[in-house]
Ligand binder design. Structure first.
Ligand code: FAD
Length: 437
């Protein structure tokens, strides 16, 4: 039986869509010819187009659904500058070679600087704040592991990170759930759908053509150009950028084999009594934890609701399945929220890569920026911008995520049938970690 957690006004759509609902608007025709065609109209696609426009290069963004249909209006709005780079879907941070790890973290730090600058320059009203993040240690020994990463994060990504022992945890969160944790000061939060709308407006101000409901069905070489067939006409382009993230399909089979789409789920509560709302996360930071199957949460921009996310399941499931699981995770951390009602529950796809690193590059002559393993608000904006700078030939250094290597696996063809099994296994490992550590 589905527990009685749903508000009478419950809707299975993102809370963020109350402020901006993905829409096709007045359908703009697909142009016949353009210098650059970008497939996918999320942060990555729009940021590519915006940067190209700044260099006087005309681009079209072709989006299969409404504008903002993908992860870009569904996410938690937590913005990081390095702490999550290299985190695999096992929740573990991968080991990157000594030299490269510094470049990777430094680029991730640049991604944070870029989004900060972009929001300011384009005057995007999206509740952008930089209160920092608290990452709770799920098991006793996770606190030690976090302490070991501290110096690296501070040196390479200027994270301003420090440890918070369990005795002082209540300064961060009204809960004793974790074994202390790490604060990453150089982190922020925003309203993801309003940030999306701001990028869209910025593109339109620069006359970028953005076509909704124009699914690209085929891309073929045509002399030195590309012909993109969409369900609303064909466009010839000098360059193509694939920015389809966790929605990458059979249009680009080689890329489909290189990203694993994993569902992430979020609930938002009804407005809480003001004193209770203020008390939950006194610093206003965003929170996540060191679990393999991690949770991430924050207060809504008006400070009145809890917005709580996690991998309730690794696949897309109905809100009647995901919401009760997330609700239980929320009550584990905040028993004082028992009884509050859920007004919104939603889901979206995250693109994981097989080496756990974000990727941009060129394959079969087409550019791509794909995959960020869960933390993509800043990163996908950045990869789009870097891709544009490469096409415009104004990049003055090679981004560390732009490598020839983009691993696939002989047993993975793009159908992640194994995810429920993996999800169950990691949940078990999480329980054992907490029990045995
Ligand atoms: C529930 C959830 C929570 C998250 N929380 C956070 C967070 O707190 N912080 C953070 O940093 N990141 C978070 N992320 C990740 C972040 O949202 C993404 O990394 C980012 O939005 C990806 O942007 P994108 O432009 O690459 O992809 P998307 O926004 O997913 O856009 C890709 C688009 O490509 C389109 N497309 C696919 N195929 C075609 C085709 N053939 N033709 C035309 N269009 C096509 C799709 O319709 C889609 O709209 C979260 C993601 C989810 C799902």
């Amino acid at each position: 039986m589905v527990p009685d957690i749903f508000h009478r006004d419950f809707t299975p759509t993102p809370y963020w869509w109350e402020a901006y609902t993905p829409t096709a608007g007045e359908l703009v025709d697909v142009p016949r010819e353009v210098r650059v065609a970008i497939v996918g109209g999320g942060y990555a696609g729009l940021s590519t187009a915006l940067e190209l426009a700044k260099h006087g290069i005309d681009a079209v963004v072709v989006e299969a659904k409404e504008l903002g249909f993908g992860a870009s209006t569904r996410n938690g709005g937590a913005v990081s500058g390095g702490v999550n780079v290299g985190k695999s879907f096992s929740g573990r941070s991968i080991e990157v070679d000594g030299d490269r790890v510094e470049r990777v973290l430094s680029d991730a730090s640049d991604a944070f600087a870029l989004i900060d600058r972009l929001i300011d320059e384009e005057k995007i009203a999206c509740f952008w704040e930089k209160p920092g993040r608290f990452v709770g240690a799920w098991a006793k020994n996770h606190f030690e592991v976090q302490s070991h990463r501290l110096a690296m994060l501070n040196a390479a990504a200027q994270s301003g990170a420090f440890m918070v022992p369990r005795e002082r945890q209540r300064e961060e969160i009204a809960s004793d759930y974790y074994f202390g944790g790490m604060v990453v000061e150089r982190s922020g939060k925003l309203h993801p759908a309003l940030y999306y709308k701001g990028l869209l407006d910025a593109c339109r101000r620069r006359d970028v053509t953005v076509c909704a409901k124009a699914a690209v069905t085929r891309i073929v070489r045509s002399g030195s150009a590309w012909r993109l067939e969409t369900n609303r006409g064909t466009v010839l382009a000098g360059d193509v950028v694939i920015a389809t993230y966790g929605y990458t399909g059979s249009l680009t089979p080689a890329l489909k084999r290189r990203v694993v789409p994993i569902a992430s789920h979020i609930i938002a509560t009804e407005e809480l009594p003001p004193d209770l709302a203020r008390s939950l996360i006194p610093t206003g930071r965003t929170l996540s934890d060191t679990k393999r199957v991690l949770c991430y949460y924050r207060m809504s921009p008006d400070g009145m609701r809890m917005v709580f996310g996690g991998r309730a399941r690794f696949t897309q499931v109905d809100a009647t399945v995901s919401a009760p699981i997330l609700y239980r995770y929320m009550i584990d951390r905040f028993p004082q929220l028992r009884g509050v009602k859920v007004t919104h529950a939603w889901t979206g796809n995250v693109a994981f890569t097989l080496d756990s690193l974000p990727h941009m590059g060129c394959r079969d002559g087409m550019h791509y920026c794909l995959g960020c393993n869960g933390s993509g608000v800043a990163m996908m904006t950045y990869l789009g911008c870097q891709t544009a700078r490469k096409i415009a030939r104004v990049a003055n250094y090679a981004c560390s995520f732009d490598t020839e290597e983009f691993p696939d696996h002989p047993l993975y063809s793009g159908n992640p049938w194994f995810l429920p099994v993996i999800g169950g296994y990691y949940r078990l490992r999480d329980s054992l970690d907490r029990l045995l550590a």
